[in-house]
Design a protein around this ligand. Structure first.
Ligand code: NAD
Length: 296
């Protein structure tokens, strides 16, 4: 173990929610030398991390009582609230001077409220949602958008560096989530453009590979065009980032834009299209499954 790893192993981390994203993020923290206590309602998810050195806790409370910093990577706002504040939740086990870093994508307003409730108990909170999907989580190359106290952010940098590549301080608590929602707006509208471009090329009888090569080599290229359109062509609709999670994020986006006076038509459009995908039962597909709301 090198000097850096020895230092890091002194910081005891807890990780709650070790699913598609949290599992590989936790694995990267273990590989970086951190001591890690993990909890997930699906114990099998935790067991995968034991060979890397993780210890399994029985509750969020037990994670907190073993940790200097508790990280959450959970599906949505009510589940984060439950893990933090419900019976056997994090607050029941918090050590003095402990910190909470929520890396889930949840409501910015909820985040600020959770931060206040934690601050009343002497606990600092950062919001640090991520971009980069499962591949970024596995490769330790996530984009991480962090809100909260600058001083706490600086102290937590080695933790973020073990999981991500582009780590951006965005301002006070809640700004990480707001930045992530801007990211979701841009990403979802890019996806819609790429999907509609493919549909148009198909309907017009253009040669699809030729069209995509021409379009993708110029200013219209995007991550969505380059990564998700090839999956659609192979009829691969596996998640990645599921329609259920995209719909959840676009709902949060629209609640936020409404609170700012509205008039964000692209945000409204992608939300309504992903709502239709949910109504059609496509929630388990990757978000490239958006194309399936139209007939071929
Ligand atoms: P996931 O469903 O794979 O993982 C969530 C984990 O939380 C699961 O293992 C589940 O068992 C666990 N869990 C659920 N309720 C719980 C509870 N009450 N107590 C303890 N554990 C509980 O989801 P994911 O894809 O890892 O996403 C996690 C978060 O990251 C979400 O907020 C999502 O929006 C965000 N995110 C996901 C991606 C992606 O590509 N999947 C990308 C960026 C951000």
């Amino acid at each position: 173990m090198n000097e850096e790893s020895k230092q890091q192993s002194k910081t005891k981390l807890g990780f709650i929610g070790v699913g598609v994203m949290g599992g590989p993020m936790a694995a990267n923290l273990l590989r970086a030398g951190f001591e890690l206590s993990v909890f997930d309602q699906a114990r099998s998810q935790c067991e995968k991390l034991v060979p890397l050195g993780a210890s399994i806790a029985d509750s969020p409370r037990q994670v907190a009582s073993a940790s200097d910093v508790v990280i959450t990577m959970l599906p949505d706002t009510p589940i984060v609230e439950q893990a933090l504040f419900a019976e056997n939740g994090v607050v029941e086990g918090l050590k003095p001077d402990a910190m909470v870093i929520d890396m889930s994508t949840i409501s910015p307003l909820g985040t600020v409220e959770f931060g206040k409730r934690l601050a009343a108990l002497g606990c600092e909170m950062l919001d640090a949602p991520v971009s980069g999907g499962p591949a970024g989580a596995i490769g330790g190359t996530l984009g991480i958008m962090v809100g909260g106290s600058r001083e706490v952010f600086d102290r937590c940098m080695p933790i973020f560096q073990a999981m991500g590549k582009t780590i951006t301080y965005t301002g006070p608590l809640g700004n990480g989530q707001k930045t992530k929602l801007v990211n979701q707006l841009v990403g979802a509208t890019n996806l819609l453009g790429a999907v509609e471009g493919l549909r148009l090329a198909r309907r017009a009888g253009l040669d699809v590979p030729t069209t995509l090569k021409a379009v993708g080599s110029g200013v219209a290229n995007s991550w969505m065009l380059a990564n998700l359109i090839p999956m659609i062509l192979k009829e691969d609709f596996a998640p990645g980032f599921s329609i259920r999670l995209q719909h959840k994020d676009l709902k949060l986006l629209n609640e936020w834009t409404d609170s700012l006076g509205g008039d964000f038509p692209a945000a409204e459009m992608v939300f309504s299209l992903f709502s239709k995908a949910m109504e059609m039962g496509l929630q388990g597909q990757g978000n490239q499954g958006l194309i399936n709301i139209w007939k071929p």
